[in-house]
Design a protein around this ligand. Structure first.
Ligand code: ZN
Ligand code: ZN
Length: 602
């Protein structure tokens, strides 16, 4: 889901990755950097290009203040672009101008790093045009208008004195009503699913006004020289809250009941939009169709590996003979092994406890340098971010490198006993370790620390989702290969189940949006062939109805990284060093794997 109004970069395996950059996610796979690697680098041109990048970014931040806040820039905090048709037209014109300016640098002797920046910027601009003109989610995703994150983040920004934050909040509050008025005018035949999501998530936004912002008012009495009174502040909160409630109410009463019958928009985006979105968002060397076909084959291969482990482990767990059908036997064994899990009230604590163990392993095996000065804090997921995410990482942006990275874990208290049991079996003793590798060490957390050190701001800012998710998935396999968990077959079996999940994510997403897969078929795929628990499977179905393409990023990224490493190993023979490979790979920032390949081969 690309949600204009979420400000945290959420990276999750089980759930939705939300980028701060809204409908303007970068990239196109159609654009190729020119291969003139050996062309003479022209210093003057590169100097000019640096200036262009500065100009591009300052334009970009003004048009995307939410993304600016997400990366830690506070100068744009009080900007809120009203989502009007007029502003969209302005933005398109502005993009077109920037694109022309950019293209003056084409084939002009840019350094390799600048060629990559060129490609990222061009992708960003083209993608942004496409989202505005063709994809038009502003009309059919009512959930894209959610200011909860913006206010929550601003209020929680401890780098600014509280008085400054309250001043900014006071200015912003006045824009909430016109914002939702414009939003309302944009909505045109939305999908039922996105309308329901909006109604649910915006309750959380109301709570941010009602609770967080209101609580902050208590500070006003002790502060001097504020430009407003406590009463005026509270009045603005109330007016803002009312406008959100009005929008929710309108969606519930005037819109939702009209969304049925033949003219109702389906959440399935269809082949044409899907292929285009895949090319823009993933930036893989593969087309959507090719990745889908690869995933179908991979599923088969994994099933065979799992069958082997099952045959070996079966007598350890069962006295009776295994069923003939390999999938059935594997499923029974997984269920048995999954019974080993933490208690529901120690879920968060168990995650906290495991992180130092992962750090120690990475050090002992010399896999990657981890900077001890970059803290990782496990916290309960803030309420307004809940609803779709079970575990996720909120990373600091490149301008706020001192801010801790948060590992958000949603406690299970909103679950019934049965739901909690199902969830805990899914994230059992073995799986929880893989989750922590993926989300934290040496997965997302470690990668994002490196990404923020990237010498190129463009590369730090316009991160490629497939590279980011691919890295996290790559580290799972790499850690196991290096002996994390002492090669226990149970851990490998669970790993394959997890791996199967990303393979099936790809199959599911493509099938749902392009091949009209129905819910029952989807649930069968996930439960029978990917061995998922009911809660996980229905959550994944829901995610596939709310997002498009992003579910493919994991498998696509993993495949590209793993293959690249194997190629390097072969080419370098005994000179190959895993730690050096990892550190160099991560040093360029979160750019598409195919770009990293070029940079590393240089
Ligand atoms: Zn992830
Ligand atoms: Zn249990």
């Amino acid at each position: 889901m690309k949600n204009k109004t979420f400000y945290y970069l959420l990276l999750t395996i089980g759930f939705i990755s939300i980028y701060a950059c809204g409908g303007t996610k970068q990239a196109t796979a159609t654009k190729k950097i020119n291969n003139s690697v050996d062309k003479v680098v022209d210093a003057a041109i590169n100097e000019q290009f640096e200036q262009f990048k500065e100009n591009f970014l300052s334009n970009y931040w003004k048009a995307n203040p939410s993304h600016a806040a997400y990366v830690g820039l506070t100068d744009y905090d009080t900007l809120l672009i009203l989502p009007t048709a007029e502003n969209r037209a302005k933005q398109l014109a502005n993009n077109a101008t920037l694109l022309k300016e950019l293209q003056l640098f084409k084939n002009k002797g840019l350094s390799l790093s600048n060629q990559t920046d060129y490609s990222l910027i061009e992708n960003r601009l083209l993608s942004s045009q496409w989202y505005a003109k063709e994809f038009k989610s502003y009309a059919w995703q009512p959930n894209s208008y959610n200011l909860g994150g913006k206010f929550h983040r601003l209020l929680g920004n401890n780098d600014l004195p509280i008085a400054g934050r309250l001043e900014k909040i006071y200015i912003l509050l006045e824009k909430v009503a016109p914002y939702y008025k414009a939003a309302q005018q944009n909505i045109d035949n939305p999908t039922v699913e996105h309308t329901q999501l909006a109604i649910g998530q915006l309750q959380g936004t109301v709570a941010v006004f009602q609770k967080n912002l209101t609580d902050a008012a208590s500070a006003i009495d002790t502060l001097k020289a504020l430009s407003f009174t406590k009463k005026a502040y509270l009045n603005r909160i109330d007016a803002a809250k009312q406008s959100v409630l009005k929008y929710i109410h309108w969606l519930e009463k005037d819109i939702l009941p009209t969304l049925s019958g033949k003219t109702a928009r389906s959440f399935r985006i269809g082949k044409e939009l899907y292929n285009k979105k895949f090319a823009f968002d993933i930036q893989s060397g593969y087309t959507a169709d090719e990745i889908y076909k690869k995933a179908i084959q991979e599923k088969k291969a994994i099933h065979e590996k799992m069958a082997k482990i099952t045959t070996k482990l079966w007598p350890k767990y069962f006295e009776t003979a295994a069923p003939e059908d390999n999938l059935v036997a594997t499923k029974l064994l997984i269920d048995k092994i999954a019974q080993k899990h933490v208690a529901r009230d120690s879920f968060v604590v168990a995650i906290k406890k495991q992180l130092p163990e992962l750090v120690a392993f990475v050090k002992e095996k010399d896999l990657l340098y981890l900077d001890p000065a970059k803290p990782l804090e496990v916290r309960e997921t803030p309420v307004y971010m809940r609803g779709v995410a079970g575990a996720s990482i909120s990373a600091p942006g490149p301008f706020e490198k001192s801010r801790p990275t948060y590992y958000n874990v949603t406690p299970l208290d909103h679950y019934s006993a049965e739901q909690a049991e199902s969830y805990l079996r899914e994230y059992n003793h073995y799986m929880l370790q893989i989750l922590n590798i993926h989300e934290a060490i040496p997965g997302h957390y470690a990668q994002l620390v490196y990404s923020n050190q990237s010498p190129s701001l463009i590369k730090s800012i316009f991160g490629n989702g497939a590279m980011i998710e691919g890295w996290a998935c790559y580290t799972e396999r790499m850690m196991l290969e290096e002996g994390y968990g002492n090669h226990q077959p149970e851990l490998w079996l669970m790993y394959y189940k997890w791996n199967l999940r990303i393979v099936c994510n790809t199959i599911l997403d493509y099938s749902v949006h392009v091949l009209n897969m129905q819910e029952k078929e989807a649930i069968d795929l996930l439960t029978k062939e990917a061995f998922q628990e009911a809660t996980e499977a229905s959550g994944k179905w829901r995610r596939a109805t709310l997002t498009q393409v992003q579910l493919c990023s994991y498998y696509t990224g993993l495949t590209e990284i793993y293959d690249f490493r194997e190629e390097r190993k072969k080419a370098q023979g005994k000179d190959f060093n895993l730690k050096a490979f990892h550190e160099q790979f991560l040093s360029y920032g979160s750019v598409p794997v195919k770009e990293i390949r070029k940079l590393m081969k240089k």
